[in-house]
Design a protein around this ligand. Sequence first.
Ligand SMILES: Cc1cc2nc3c(=O)[nH]c(=O)nc-3n(C[C@H](O)[C@H](O)[C@H](O)COP(=O)(O)O)c2cc1C
Length: 158
Amino acid sequence: MEHSIRKKVLRKITYGVYILAVKLDDKYSAATITWVSQASFEPPLLMIGLKKLSNSYKFVIDSKKFSINILNDSQKNMAASFFKNTKYEKGELNGYEIKEGKTGVPVFIEVNSFLECELVKVIEGGDHDIIVAEIKNFENLTGQEVLNLRSTGWNYGG
Ligand SMILES: Cc1cc2nc3c(=O)[nH]c(=O)nc-3n(C[C@H](O)[C@H](O)[C@H](O)COP(=O)(O)O)c2cc1C
């Protein structure tokens, strides 16, 4: 297979931009991710391609619950700040305020909306595994447009 064609074609797939946030004991991890999709109506399931070598992967496997935060289209800078390590200080992750969601997972206060998820199954993939999770709580915070990957000029795929 021609690698450049593979990359070109795979990058035509449309994605959103999300921040996954997870707490384990008194430590936090958060990562900007894009490979997210609803996977069932009933029960409401989500599937995520999650990098096995990331800190957030270990946290999700151990904690078994996490949030997916959907960003406003004005929040590209916030997304960029979660490509690097997560620092918790005074109720903030990398300078962005969080609170505890209904199910106990960390959620961001100033985002478009968020989903609180419980791990159902891990399907072995390759360098990423497929995390299947049931959505236990939904909150819609703003009526703004959501951030999508194409508008950022970034890519993840190929
Ligand atoms: C544009 C872009 C999209 C990304 N999408 C994903 C994704 O869908 N899944 C994933 O596991 N990592 C994704 N990453 C990589 C994570 O952002 C990165 O592994 C994460 O910040 C690592 O943090 P951690 O080790 O502290 O968890 C993406 C990176 C970029 C630059």
